[in-house]
Write a protein that binds this ligand. Structure first.
Ligand SMILES: [Zn+2]
Length: 172
């Protein structure tokens, strides 16, 4: 079980296996013109509870590829000793959780650790039920995708720490 790191809490208690790391880009996705993996995939059974990894404003959206999606807009800064994250410094950031089967309330303020939904396979979750976690940070005037694994010592790091993705659909 990963320990909470920095100001981010592991979202799926009891389920810690990462099935796809950040910036993963297998040949078949590349050939389809899809971008590198925009977050990490956490393997968990259908209906497994999800808790808020950060505090902030919770909103809801739905896309063909992401399925039922929750976004949380975080507070203005974090405290972390991770060098890559510390280099960004104080920043705006938000996380997104994709492929959910259940949403517990939308358009509300949540506190870290609060129950917010359940794992599912909505959207293009072709590998079965899992939770896709995306982190975006505001850096040098634009939003960039950031490896959430930087918050936990026990989570495998991706091929890059940051990605600037503007292609759609994203690889979720
Ligand atoms: Zn994913």
């Amino acid at each position: 079980m990963p320990d909470p790191g920095g100001q981010m809490l592991w979202p799926t208690p009891g389920h810690s296996q990462v099935s796809s790391v950040f910036a993963d880009w297998p040949p078949w996705r590349k050939e389809m013109g899809l971008s590198p993996h925009s977050g990490i995939d956490i393997r968990a059974p259908q209906g497994a509870p999800i808790r808020a990894p950060i505090s902030g404003l919770l909103t809801f959206s739905e896309t063909d590829w992401g399925g039922l999606t929750l976004s949380i807009y975080g507070e203005k800064k974090w405290d972390t000793e991770n060098p890559a994250l510390a280099a960004i410094g104080q920043t705006f950031y938000f996380i997104q959780l994709l492929h959910l089967s259940l949403l517990l309330g939308v358009e509300r303020d949540v506190r870290i650790g609060e129950a917010i939904g359940a794992v599912g396979s909505t959207g293009t979750a072709s590998t079965g039920p899992h939770l896709h976690l995306t982190l975006q940070t505001f850096h040098r005037g634009g939003w960039i995708f950031t490896d959430p694994a930087l918050f936990w010592d026990t989570v495998p790091l991706g091929r890059h720490a940051f990605l600037d993705l503007d292609r759609q659909p994203l690889y979720a």
